[in-house]
Ligand binder design. Structure first.
Ligand SMILES: *Cc1c(COP(=O)(O)O)cnc(C)c1O
Length: 250
């Protein structure tokens, strides 16, 4: 992991600059270092470089790496594990056991499974340990994108109704806490198109907050290596960055 300290510093500087351009406090932006496919030793190097938030897109990989890290750093290392990829219903128990935050809830069935598993493993017993949930929304309209269909939410009342019902259900489920919305920008799109997707996601979050009379704004998980600065300018509270920190994945 040659140069990881320098790359982490560079990413932090880019986050600070992007926040400054729109008058935001960079302290309100969480850098989730995406460690998928990298060996646990790489996560240890990232920890030594000061990172504390790590993101995995597969539940089984998370279930391997978290115990490894804990065996090296202890249970009070301050590491927060983010599961950033969609879950299949037969894998929810891994997420319930090992994820501190889940960014990619794409259907209610998964929320119900998670609630069941969080009750079974005891986490649901203490509301303080509720699993923060981001609903994944597909705003760009790309068919490869998962998430609730919000491609035309401004004009399609049905789309907002489905999302609103899902958010309301997550709020009522023991063990789960509604954190916000997550989205992915279209691949290879021009910056203005990417920006529009992030902006529309932020507006959707505001709409949801109003409709559900939520006391605090929803958080926004958006932005990866190629577009995290645009995402921050458009309100991202969590950026999920892999390659800018670790280089091309093995
Ligand atoms: C892999 C991945 C990322 C990070 O992508 P980079 O381009 O390496 O920054 C972010 N979010 C999700 C959901 C991912 O699967």
């Amino acid at each position: 992991m040659e140069g990881i300290v320098e790359r982490v510093t560079a990413v932090h500087q880019r986050i600070t600059s992007a926040a400054a351009r729109v008058g935001r406090d960079p302290a309100h932006i969480t850098l989730v270092a995406v460690t998928k496919t990298w060996p646990p030793e790489t996560v240890l190097a990232a920890y030594a470089a000061g990172l504390r938030h790590f993101g995995e897109n597969r539940a089984e990989e998370l279930a391997e790496k978290r115990p490894y890290l804990e065996s090296h750093l202890g249970a009070n290392s301050g590491v927060i594990w983010h599961l950033i990829g969609t879950l299949q219903s037969r894998k929810t128990a891994w997420a319930a056991d090992h994820a501190d935050v889940f960014h990619a809830l794409d259907r209610l069935k998964i929320a119900h499974r998670l609630a069941r598993d969080l009750a079974a493993n005891g986490r649901a017993a203490n509301p303080q340990f509720a699993l923060p949930i981001f609903l994944e929304v597909n705003v760009s309209g790309e068919e490869t994108k998962s998430g609730f269909d919000c491609t035309q939410w401004e004009t399609d009342e049905g789309q907002t109704a489905v999302l609103r019902a899902a958010a309301a259900e997550v709020i009522t489920l023991p063990g789960l806490a509604l954190a916000g919305l997550m989205t992915m920008a279209p691949w290879d799109a021009p910056p203005e198109e990417v920006r529009a997707v992030f902006r529309r996601t932020r507006q959707l979050a505001t709409r949801l907050q109003t409709d559900l009379a939520l006391p605090t704004p929803l958080q926004l998980s958006m932005g990866m290596t190629d577009d995290f600065e645009i995402a921050i300018e458009e309100g991202a509270t969590h950026v999920r960055v892999g390659r800018a920190i670790f280089g091309e994945r093995p």
